[in-house]
Design a protein around this ligand. Structure first.
Ligand code: AHR
Length: 501
């Protein structure tokens, strides 16, 4: 019998809403078709944004959206994506399928999308192949209120008021697709480029994201901080976040593995790899602690999720994959880890929002379905902005096959401003349900409700013919007593409780 002990009196750290962020890249059918349909009369839209997709994202309470890449960002020249659409330059999307990018979705369209969703903006600048001037002018174009060449150009293009840029990435994966730089070289470039990311609006400073490591490249983290960490001699806001990218590939980077056709051992292997996120956060975090013991720089895991072999018959450059109950568990596990480390992790972005990798939404023509991952993010949305509570689970043995061991249960707990407690738990077993006894420091309850995402078949997924095979349902398999809540968690399940005391 597992035991989850919650101390409502011990608040550990604030779970920043942006931990529940998303990522939209000019990749495959993410932007075009998945989000933006221009003037297509067959798909209901507002100013080109699909109404079904925007509605689903609003229900998810998407707090922040990263754009335009990814690897695409370091080849993107923002001036190609403004002004009359018929005059916009076309380019080849060299990273993603070699398709023609007509730039019909640019800065104005991205800002309109964020307005419709009601989320914060996170723009990733081009350091790899762009100039300092280009980056500097993009910031001026977006955020300068007065008279200036770029602000005037924005006004000519139909937007009088400046926008708010909440977060700005100074390059992406500059150790790889963003220029193949050494950490020292990038860090010096970071110092230079970020200087010209000006704060034109003192009340709404642009928060800067420095490019961090790929997976376990601790050398990168150490060297970048050694060269670019601001020891206080410069103005505030030199580096607000350091990024980290980690994807789960069941069989490794080269082979990856199928999204839907996997055996029991691969289930555990995949979840074991998802759990590796915790070690990465701890080890990179320990290096950050040496420079920044007060945790002023947030860790920004702005690319995470499962990355499988793309769906058979689809363009390999488009990274389209299905999403099963296994992905629901990957999301549940990872979000619990982020919550537990919310003293350091301040931003995260699941890759990618629609039709690419571990997407929350899939589209086909004018149809849209929600994936199992969508439903988990919907259940977890209550953690956004809440205080992480001290909690620990005991009496949980390790399960798995061969070397691929995982704990049976993972969890995290938070309390929101109204005092409502959210408990999110995962049963990672594909064999057995698990009884969990939840106890609290203080007694008494006013209201308890719970929902679940689960399926007896670990391969279960949603399709356009059967869109609700795996979805969030009311969960009733628990009893309440003076001592606490006794829960029977089905195998392959993600459960969320909302407890008002
Ligand atoms: O998400 C797909 C790609 O993965 C991104 O463009 C890049 O940043 C990462 O390597």
């Amino acid at each position: 019998m597992a035991r989850l002990v919650i101390n409502e009196n011990k608040k550990e750290s604030t779970i920043e809403p942006e931990i529940y962020g998303h990522f939209s890249e000019h990749l495959g059918r993410c932007i075009y078709e998945g989000i933006y349909v221009g003037e297509n009369p067959d798909i209901p839209n507002v100013n080109g944004m699909r109404s079904d997709v925007v509605q689903a994202l609003k229900e998810l309470k998407v707090p922040m959206l990263r754009w335009p890449g990814g690897c695409f960002a370091d080849e993107y020249h923002w001036k190609d994506g403004i002004g009359p659409k018929e005059k916009r330059k076309k380019m080849v999307n060299t990273h993603w399928g070699g398709v023609v990018e007509d730039n019909s979705f640019g800065t104005h369209e991205y800002m309109e999308l964020c307005r419709q969703i009601g989320c914060k903006t996170y723009i990733n600048g081009n350091l790899g192949s762009g100039t300092v001037q280009e980056m500097s002018e993009w910031i001026e174009y977006m955020t300068f209120r007065g008279i200036s060449p770029m602000a005037d150009m924005r006004k000519e293009n139909g937007h009088e008021e400046p926008w708010k840029v909440d977060f700005f990435g100074v390059g992406n994966e500059n150790w790889g697709c963003g220029g193949n730089m050494t950490p020292e070289h990038y860090a010096n470039e970071y110092r230079r480029y970020q200087t010209y990311v000006r704060n034109y609006d003192a009340e709404n400073p642009v928060k800067k994201v420095c490019c961090g490591a790929n997976v376990s490249d601790y050398f990168w983290t150490e060297r970048v901080l050694k060269t670019a960490f601001d020891h206080g001699e410069h103005c505030h806001g030199f580096m607000d976040y350091l990024s980290l990218h980690y994807y789960v590939h069941p069989e490794g980077w080269d082979i990856k593995g199928s999204a839907t056709d996997f055996d029991e051992e691969t289930w555990y292997k995949t979840l074991n790899k998802a759990l590796y996120m915790e070690r990465l956060i701890e080890r990179h975090g320990a290096i950050m602690d040496q420079y920044d013991p007060d945790k002023k720089i947030g860790m920004c895991v702005d690319e995470w999720g499962s990355w499988y072999t793309c769906e058979p018959g689809t363009n390999p450059g488009f990274l389209y994959q299905q999403n099963t109950v296994r992905d629901a568990l990957i999301a549940g596990i990872t979000l619990n880890i982020f919550n537990k480390h919310s003293d350091r992790v301040k931003i995260a972005a699941l890759a990618q929002m629609v039709n690419v990798l571990q997407a929350v939404l899939l589209t086909e023509g004018n149809n849209m379905i929600k994936t199992p991952t969508y439903h988990v993010m919907h259940m977890y949305r209550h953690h956004q902005g809440a205080e992480l509570l001290q909690s620990a689970v005991t009496g949980v043995d390790e399960i798995g096959i061969g070397e691929w061991k995982v704990p049976r249960i993972t969890e995290s707990v938070s309390m929101d401003k109204e005092g409502v407690i959210t408990i999110t738990m995962n049963n990672l077993s594909i064999e057995a349900s698990e009884d969990v006894d939840i106890s609290f420091t203080n007694s008494g309850y006013e209201q308890i409700e719970a929902t679940i995402v689960s399926h007896v078949d670990m391969h279960a997924k949603n399709t356009f013919d059967n869109p609700e095979e795996v979805c969030e349902k009311a969960f009733m398999d628990y009893t309440v007593s003076e001592e606490g809540i006794r829960v029977k968690m089905p195998k392959n399940s993600v459960v969320a409780f909302r407890v008002k005391k």
